[in-house]
Every structure is written in structure tokens, then in C-alpha cells.
Design a protein around this ligand. Structure first.
Ligand code: NDP
Ligand code: HSE
Length: 346
């Protein structure tokens, strides 16, 4: 039972397969045996690919093969990704994923299912692209109280805002470029509207605060509301406009503040210098103090790096799902009134 299956052979899936074969010997050294990819599940055939013989179309082949130890779900969307993930975890097959939509919506249930079946559900690639923020919050900072997380969590919108500001590119041209580079979601409305950032901050908040914060509870404003006048105004203040996600909770309060919005970020703030497809996450923790994590937030190889880290972990750990999110009600969220104009990031 040492074989892998990759579900979805798109941007992230193809990057994962290529990187796996590039680093196979290094992975083998780390885990003590040589793993291999047995199947690649996709709707299409890939006759030009060197991996064409591994491509299958029937999911049941994977779930019924006792050799499969880990599957990487990199198809995206809720269906059939949820059904496939549940069926795999129920059989004790670990699942790693880049699918933030699924993690944000069903994370608590899937983590519990993995634990019950003594396997892992890991999602380093779901938030921050190549940045190892999930394992950092789950493991490295586990003995800290997390007060606040603020970050630029969407590569596409940060890329678009940077291209518009620095190269004067019209919005649609900048978006097209982000799509061509493989950064954008299949439906880029999720990027532009802030929904993708809302999914990611809800994942980070769920880990930090131990409660499953649903993405639909996050007060979300996208960059579609940003005008060229707003950008000129920010510039006149010595600032930039950035789509920022924020989650915070005081240690003596049960309530969580969580939002995604285009913020005015003054140039003396570290997040002001996070441009292009880069993401950054700033964490305020009780013992460690302020920490900042920076890296490419989207794209084939940066995302594959995070998927492969999880594959390696899942192959070595019997059950790495110590990450438990309690279910909770929406009244845990602090309700705020709509603000006039763009907020300034503190
Ligand atoms: P792509 O659309 O490039 O790849 C998805 C692949 O899965 C496609 O080949 C698609 O086929 C295939 N697929 C879809 N449904 C099924 C199905 N039912 N059975 C088999 N195959 C299926 O997406 P990405 O690789 O960009 O993204 C994948 C996931 O990773 C998404 O959740 C995304 O949000 C996330 N992600 C993406 C990043 C990026 O930079 N691109 C970064 C971090 C996370 P077809 O094309 O025919 O529909
Ligand atoms: N569309 C996402 C982004 C992909 O641009 O950040 C990475 O999650």
C-alpha cells in the first residue's frame, strides 16, 4: 500500500506529477521507501503526456485498489470532490488537497472522518500557495494563543492590482494574464468577489481558533468595487489598495472578527510590499509575537510544492489529523456595519 493517485490533471495536478518525478529520490530518502503514482484520474485523455498510461476515468478503480495509500484531490469544486474524498477516507486512504472550497465548507467533517479511519486529511496547498502556513499554525504554533491573522491570500487579485497600478493595464487584460498563467479559479468570480480569500481566511481561522468558521459567515467585499479614483486616492496618501483578509479573537472573548475587503495599506506596512502573485500572512501569537510568511500564492509549481509536502507527510504519518475543528453557530462572528469607503489597515 505505497502507491499514489492524483485526482485531476490540470494546473496543480500536472505540476504535482512533474514535481513528484523530479524529486522522487529525495522523497524516497525522506520516507524510507520508493513511492510511485499509479493512477491519474481525469475526465480527458492526455495523449501527448509522458504520463498518459496512468490516466484513468473511473474513480472506483482507485478506491478499490488496496495498493493506494494516498490520493491528491486537485480537481476543485464541491462535487464530486466531496463524495470522492469521503469514500477514500472511509477506506483509510489519506487525502491531500488544494481544494479550499471543499476544506472551508466541509473541513470539520472530513478531519473527523480521517481521524476515525486512522488516516490523514491534509490541505497545505489550500491557503497561501507555496507558503507552509497550515502546518505552521497546526504544529509549530500549537502552544501559542493566536490573536490575529491578516494576509493577502489571493494571488490573482494581487497580481491584477499590481499590473493595474504599476503598468497601467486595464482590469480585463490583467485578469486574462492571470488566467493564462494558471493563477485564477475556473470561474474567476471567486477571486474577484473575494470569495476565494474568504474560504482561505475561514480555513486559517478554523485552525487558529479550533472552531469551524464557515466561509459564508465572512463579511466579504471584492476588488470589483475598487475604482481608478480609489487607486489614485490611495497613491496620494502614500498607500496602496490590497485585498486583505483579517481574522482576530481576543483571548477573553468568545467572539471572532473576520472579514475580507480591499484595504488602504500604507507603504510603511509590510503587506504594502507584497506584490504580483505573492501572498503573505501575518500572525500575532502570544509567545512567538508577530510572524510574517511570504511566498507565491498561486501557480503550478508553487502549489505542487505544498501538495507534495502533504503527500510526503501522509506517507510517513499514520494519522496526522490532530487538527480538530468544533462545529459552532454563526453567532460566534462579530457583526459589523457596512463602512463608507475603504478601510485603512492597522
Ligand atoms: P484545473 O481546472 O486546471 O484542473 C482541474 C482538473 O481536474 C482538470 O483537468 C479537470 O478536467 C479535472 N476534473 C474536474 N472534474 C473532474 C472529475 N469529476 N473527475 C476527474 N477529473 C476532473 O484547476 P487547478 O489545477 O488550477 O485547480 C485545482 C484545485 O486547486 C482547485 O480547487 C483550485 O482552487 C486549487 N488551487 C489552484 C491553484 C492554482 O494556482 N491554479 C493554487 C492553489 C489551489 P476539465 O478541465 O476537463 O474540467
Ligand atoms: N485562484 C487562487 C489565487 C489560486 O489566485 O490565489 C490559489 O489558491
Amino acid at each position: 500500500m505505497r502507491k499514489l493517485a492524483i485526482l485531476g490533471f490540470g494546473t496543480v495536478g500536472s505540476g504535482t506529477v512533474e514535481s513528484f518525478y523530479h524529486h522522487k529520490e529525495k522523497i524516497a530518502k525522506r520516507i524510507g521507501f520508493t513511492p510511485d503514482i499509479k493512477y491519474i484520474l481525469d475526465i480527458r485523455d492526455f495523449p501527448e503526456s509522458p504520463y498518459k498510461d496512468k490516466v484513468i476515468h473511473d474513480f472506483s478503480v482507485i478506491e478499490n485498489d488496496p495498493e493506494i495509500a494516498v490520493a491528491a484531490e486537485v480537481m476543485g469544486g464541491l462535487n464530486p470532490a466531496l463524495d470522492f474524498t469521503k469514500r477514500l477516507l472511509s477506506k483509510g486512504i489519506s487525502v491531500v488537497t488544494s481544494n479550499k472550497e471543499l476544506v472551508a465548507r466541509h473541513g470539520a467533517e472530513l478531519l473527523a472522518l480521517a481521524k476515525a479511519n486512522n488516516c490523514s486529511y491534509l490541505f497545505e496547498a489550500s491557503t497561501g500557495g507555496a507558503i507552509p502556513i497550515i502546518r505552521t499554525l497546526t504544529d509549530s504554533l500549537s502552544s501559542n494563543y493566536i490573536y490575529k491573522i491578516q494576509g493577502i491570500l489571493n494571488g490573482t487579485t494581487n497580481f491584477i492590482l499590481t499590473k493595474m497600478r504599476e503598468e497601467g493595464l486595464p482590469f480585463n487584460e490583467a485578469l486574462k494574464l492571470a488566467q493564462d498563467l494558471g493563477y485564477a479559479e475556473k470561474d474567476p468570480t471567486a477571486d474577484i468577489s473575494g470569495a476565494d480569500s474568504a474560504r482561505k481566511i475561514s480555513i486559517l481561522a478554523s485552525i487558529a481558533f479550533g472552531k469551524h468558521i464557515k466561509p459564508e459567515w465572512v463579511k466579504t467585499v471584492g476588488i470589483d468595487r475598487v475604482t481608478s479614483e480609489d487607486m489614485a486616492y490611495a497613491e496620494s496618501l502614500g498607500a496602496k489598495i490590497k485585498l486583505v483578509a483579517v481574522a482576530s479573537k481576543e483571548s477573553d472573548s468568545d467572539k471572532i472578527f473576520i472579514t475580507v475587503a480591499p484595504y488602504i495599506v500604507c507603504n510603511n506596512h509590510q503587506l504594502a510590499h507584497v506584490d504580483d502573485v505573492f501572498n503573505a500572512v501575518m500572525v500575532d501569537a502570544s509567545g512567538a509575537g508577530r510572524l510574517m510568511f511570504y511566498g507565491q500564492g498561486a501557480g503550478k509549481l508553487p502549489t505542487a510544492s505544498a501538495v507534495l509536502a502533504d503527500i510526503t507527510a501522509a506517507l510517513t504519518e499514520t494519522n496526522s489529523s490532530d487538527n480538530v475543528w468544533e462545529e459552532c453557530e454563526e453567532d460566534i462572528i462579530i457583526k459589523t456595519d457596512g463602512e463608507e469607503g475603504l478601510p485603512i489597515l492597522e
